[in-house]
Design a protein around this ligand. Sequence first.
Ligand code: FVH
Length: 285
Amino acid sequence: MTEHTSMTLLGLGAMGSALGRAWLAAGRPLTVWNRTPGRTLEGAEVAASAAEAVAGARLVVVCLLDDASVGAALDGVDLAGKDVVNLTTSTPDQARARAAWAEARGARFLDGGIMAVPPMIGAPETGAFILYSGSGDLLEQHRDVLGVPAGVVYVGADPGYAALHDVALLSAMTGMFAGVSHAFALLRGTDVAPRDFAPLLASWLTAMSGSVYGVADQLETGDYTKGVASNLAMMVEGNATLLRTAEEQGVSTELLTPFMALMERRLADGHADEGTTGVIDLLAR
Ligand code: FVH
């Protein structure tokens, strides 16, 4: 018989439940607690309070709405000697403060950023992964169990780094969603079926995604003209066609114009031969 580390999960929302189901399916005994009673998981032991759930476990996984709910749930709970893994989305500063808070209570702390939606949990073929930062020793000790719901990616000892990476990835996704929304809006009122357009859009975004490596190389070498295939002068000219088409199709340009304005500023500063990497210099305060 394998002896498992005693483990508790705080939070049975959509994501907490998905995580819990993955651990139970993998044969991990699990104690669960949720603020609103009645939310349970078949096969798990239900604790009457967060304090009771934590008291009986070495490994404490927290997946609540936000950092404030973590503070509320664990207020007054004895964390001495516990390994706390916080998978609640937070900002980098919140994660650092939560790490200091947990360590001051005698716990080891690891922060996590879940790069998946609930149906991807426990399904490695989906590419789901969880970013971790903080105690590397804690991660190594529990890597097997933490690897059950999704891939494990450790991004450093700074407890704020998982949140930083998480939010950077989500921010890029938000920009992509904005572009996708604008693209589908252009087709409204035409006989182009969204279902027919979707595969073209997916292929194009996939093809363009490789450009992130070029941006990274330019940032690291400091040469923003290196390997430029489409220069800023050409792209700013091309923006006029994008804006005019939006006008023709009766679509607002409000999602496009903030980025285009930054491209124009960089061009006006004399960087016609760059791509869009110089926009990063304009953003970073
Ligand atoms: N669902 C998703 O797509 C994502 C994807 C990536 C990462 N997130 C983050 O995961 C955290 C939990 O998200 P969730 O989907 O489980 O969220 P909900 O279904 O809304 O459940 C929220 C749970 O938090 C409990 N809760 C809220 N406030 C408090 C509080 N003050 N004290 C104690 N618990 C609290 C809530 O309990 P209840 O309402 O059932 O009583 C749920 O268990 C989150 O950080 C996402 O950003 C999800």
